[in-house]
Design a protein around this ligand. Structure first.
Ligand code: DX5
Ligand code: ZN
Length: 217
């Protein structure tokens, strides 16, 4: 299914009120809920781990899309399956055995995503496309919301060519807003992550504001 999907990143939500924030974005049309897990080691920021993600699951009625910015990954796969992740994405840069990691993610019943940092070429996924359900092309260096979009449209188009007829999503994450979204969609992306562009202006009548923001993307 290559129809366009919006996946708001709750990294830009109110950390004291995740349940309400998740309900607000889903009520207003979010297709997936994107959950950014950071370990203070693979990236210079720290967010939350499996117990928090399990708590989010109670509120997510769509697809819980968990983006791991952690290294190592393998020791935590079971914990995220148990927490209820539908899609679990690991970075190619996170260790020497990404192929094994993707197989392990599928083996416990989740969809497997593979992420590329801006400095990593499309060719890094050449031999992973039969063990992956999604390729995540980062358009910022991971770690923080609200960063400036980096133009990775050539890489997105290259990955789209490499995927061919396979059922593999292309997700784009970082600096996606009403200006940059059309560029990445034209290049072949079908899942757009957006944090600050969705949650900006929230808090008073959040559901209303978030819906407007999503429709603008
Ligand atoms: C960055 C995260 C993103 C982040 C995007 O490391 O992976 O998901 O929340 O935030 P915006 O949309 O504000 O760039
Ligand atoms: Zn992310």
């Amino acid at each position: 299914d290559r129809s366009l999907k919006i996946a708001p990143s709750i990294l830009s939500a109110d950390f004291a009120d995740f349940g309400r924030e998740i309900r607000a974005i889903e009520d207003q049309g979010a297709d997936w809920v994107h959950v950014d897990v950071m370990d203070g080691h693979f990236v210079p920021n720290l967010t939350f781990g499996p117990p928090a993600v399990k708590a989010f699951r109670k509120h997510v009625t769509t697809v819980m899309d968990v983006h791991l910015m952690i290294s190592p990954v393998d020791a935590y796969i079971d914990a995220y399956a148990e927490a209820g992740a539908d899609m679990l994405t690991a970075h190619v840069e996170a260790g020497p055995h990404i192929h094994r990691t993707l197989q392990a993610i599928r083996a416990v019943g989740m969809k497997a995503g593979v992420a590329l940092n801006p400095g990593t070429p499309a060719e890094a996924v050449t031999d992973l496309l039969d063990v992956a359900d999604m390729v995540l092309v980062m358009t910022v260096n991971p770690g923080f919301g609200g960063q400036k979009f980096l133009d990775m449209t050539a890489k997105i188009a290259r990955v789209r060519d490499m995927i061919g007829d396979r059922e593999v999503h292309i997700q784009v994450d970082g600096g996606v807003d009403p200006t940059t979204a059309p560029l990445v969609v034209a290049a072949g992306a079908d899942v757009l992550v957006a944090g600050s562009a969705v949650f900006r202006g929230g808090s008073v009548d959040a559901a209303h504001v978030y819906g407007e923001n999503m429709r603008a993307i």
